[in-house]
Design a protein around this ligand. Structure first.
Ligand SMILES: Nc1ncnc2c1ncn2[C@@H]1O[C@H](COP(=O)(O)OP(=O)(O)OP(=O)(O)O)[C@@H](O)[C@H]1O
Ligand SMILES: [Mg+2]
Length: 207
């Protein structure tokens, strides 16, 4: 049996973690093996790369450096975690995957989309998600939701609403091109959103 590769995308505060938690709980209850992966961490090497990416002291980091660090972490995660788990038949859930790179580094930071596309394919050895959920929400609403949450701003979050708008628009462009991406309004209640997530996942699981 081959596993299922599911990724969650959307701007910061769009509800990815909330939905991932609901899906995990459901899979656990039904005894379906799954793992959760947080990009760009998830491996010992990936966690070190993540620390560099989020460190406010690294304000001099060039956009290309940032892109290559994400891709480096991704290559490691694919080989060390995702491929072996899919081989075993596990449902692999990723909190962000390469669509984040297209939206953040491509559409928002302005790096060439064609270069990003090539790097994404190369770093993943052409492994694509089976389903991708994109939670769509205005940057203002996402900001309001996030402010109700504890925790210091990291380097990426500090860049503000204008940046998030570009990310959102980038995601929407991408969703038009990629059939695997299911765009879901994040304005609905978590339960209602989860109903759609469950429906799509269970359909592919063949249950
Ligand atoms: N459908 C929803 N309606 C209203 N509030 C929501 C909804 N889903 C999540 N929230 C709340 O919005 C906040 C952000 O949600 P969450 O942490 O799941 O987003 P996220 O996409 O994982 O964010 P990040 O990218 O920063 O990790 C949380 O306080 C959460 O409880
Ligand atoms: Mg989250």
């Amino acid at each position: 049996m081959k596993g299922l590769f599911v990724t969650f995308e959307g701007i910061d505060g769009s509800g990815k973690s909330t939905q991932i938690e609901m899906l995990s709980e459901d899979l656990r209850k039904e005894g379906i093996p799954y793992i959760l992966i947080r990009e760009p961490g998830a491996t010992a090497i990936g966690e070190k790369i993540r620390t560099i990416l989020l460190d406010k002291a690294n304000s001099k980091m060039h956009a290309r450096t940032e892109l290559l660090l994400y891709e480096a972490a991704r290559a490691q995660i694919v080989e060390e975690k995702i491929k072996p788990e899919l081989e075993k038949g596990t449902v692999v859930i990723c909190d962000r995957f390469y669509d984040s790179t297209v939206a953040y580094q491509g559409y928002a930071r302005g790096l060439e989309l064609s270069a990003i596309d090539s790097l994404n394919r190369w770093s993943t050895d052409e492994l694509a998600p089976d389903i991708t959920f994109l939670f769509d929400l205005s940057e203002e609403e996402a900001y309001r939701r996030r402010n109700g949450r504890e925790g210091a701003e990291d380097r990426l979050e500090a860049e503000g609403l204008a940046f998030m708008k570009k990310v959102r628009d980038g995601y929407l462009e991408l969703a038009k091109k990629e059939k695997r991406i299911q765009c879901i309004s994040a304005l609905d209640a978590p339960k209602e959103i989860y109903r759609k997530v469950r429906l799509a996942v269970w359909e592919v699981l063949g249950r």
